[in-house]
Design a protein around this ligand. Sequence first.
Ligand code: IPM
Ligand code: MG
Length: 373
Amino acid sequence: NHGYLMIKVKKRKILLLPGDGIGPEVVGEVKKIIQWFNSNKSLDFEIDEDLAGGASYDKHGTPITDEVFYKALESEAIMLGAVGGPKWDNLEFAKKPERALLKLRKELKLFANLRPAICFKQLVDASTLKPEIVSGLDIMIVRELTGGIYFGEPRGIKPIDNGERKGINTHIYTSSEIVRVAKVAFDLAKKRSNKVTSCEKSNVMESGQLWKEEVQALHDKEYKDVELIHMLADNCAMQLLRNPKQFDVIVTDNLFGDMLSDEASMLTGSLGLLPSASLGAKNKDGKMRAMYEPIHGAAPDIAGKGIANPIAAILSFAMAMRYSLDLDKEADDLEKAVQDVLDEGLRTKDIVSKGTKEVSTTQMGDAIISKLQ
Ligand code: IPM
Ligand code: MG
């Protein structure tokens, strides 16, 4: 009686796109962890792996092939490493490695990019800021990811009369683009400390003024119980260094979010620690498209040396388990394993300090797996 004996576990398709630079090294550790969950937790993740970014350009002449793009469309979660590097700097925009990432974000409609900045207690000394400023820090940056100046038209470099050229990009937001990402921020805040700081440049940009008005209107209509603060983006950059613990959820546009999240990462000690999730809208059956990636880049200068920190990538997979795969408990376990390894004093080069032990990328991955055991 086959059907009776077989325990049906749904196969979840996960697409790994390691990309360039340190991407393959850190995603390699994620792969080990997924395999560990498959063999020890009777999970049945189906892993596929393919090229994106410069690696894809080198082999296929394009940063992402249609085939890979369709695989991405069909998978429940995409784990991306990083793309880019000096080798491909001089390519035209359409061929640059970054295009792979931007195409996935835009065409999968991953409009909400969640970038948590949490300062682990074991690492307060790794930050360049004073321990009392950063200890206990827990910020969630919600960056709009499919609009603004990254995608606005017209764009390009064009000749003008006097032999000069002009570079053009357009910063543009519609009401609905603003509202849907602000909703994500307010909903997250409700589960956290109930405070949203919305950042724009409404003092100089019309799109910023619209941003502010729409966020306020949404607040007044649906989220009166959440505290809302409007802050100019430059002030936010300053406040993040002056008193970062005033923030709970920060919601901002694509470009400001790019910059503020890099800044926030340094409050936590290293870019090598921060995961991110890029989420789309939920469809009718409650599923949503999603891509997970460390917020650090390809770091070509340290690629291939075995010193990259895999924690950001591993924590990105924890976010995938939580947001895409309905595995809250497993996500907790994985985050706890990371904490345990840090407690033990193991550190990759980027966060090593006196009294701690430096380990390689793979040793860090192995140590985290041994804590899961
Ligand atoms: C990021 C990166 C990307 C961005 C690059 C690689 C295109 O900096 O995810 O923050 O600018 O969005
Ligand atoms: Mg960035």
